[in-house]
Write a protein that binds this ligand. Sequence first.
Ligand SMILES: [Zn+2]
Ligand SMILES: [Zn+2]
Length: 138
Amino acid sequence: MEKQKRLRDLKGRFVSIFKTEEDRIARKRHLCKLRTRRWKEKHLEKCKRRSKECTQRRWQKILIYSRQYYKKNAAIKKVQRQAYLALKRGVLKKQDCIICGNPKSEMHHENYDRPLEVIWLCPQHHRRRHLCPELVIF
Ligand SMILES: [Zn+2]
Ligand SMILES: [Zn+2]
């Protein structure tokens, strides 16, 4: 390795002169790492607290979301059950898929506020209807 010329800076400390660009970059990277580590050590409590808060917030969001999801899901399940019971009692009549005429059809609700308003769709068209609700099929 080439011997480095040493100079002193204004405070009298030794300053290395780097000959190559790589040396300079490596030194810079090292300093940057050092600074980050020092900052982290200095602000350890703050860092910990912040990450804890962040985690808590994330969990709260998940909790709220899953609660809403569960509620919505429960409502849908209830409506589906009502329709199923209506079918059993003969209030509703099983029909073929209104698009392709497939007799293996399922009940689909356009509006979950009206449990007895169902559309009969085969599994394939049912899935499509849910994936793309704006699809005009009538
Ligand atoms: Zn459906
Ligand atoms: Zn169909």
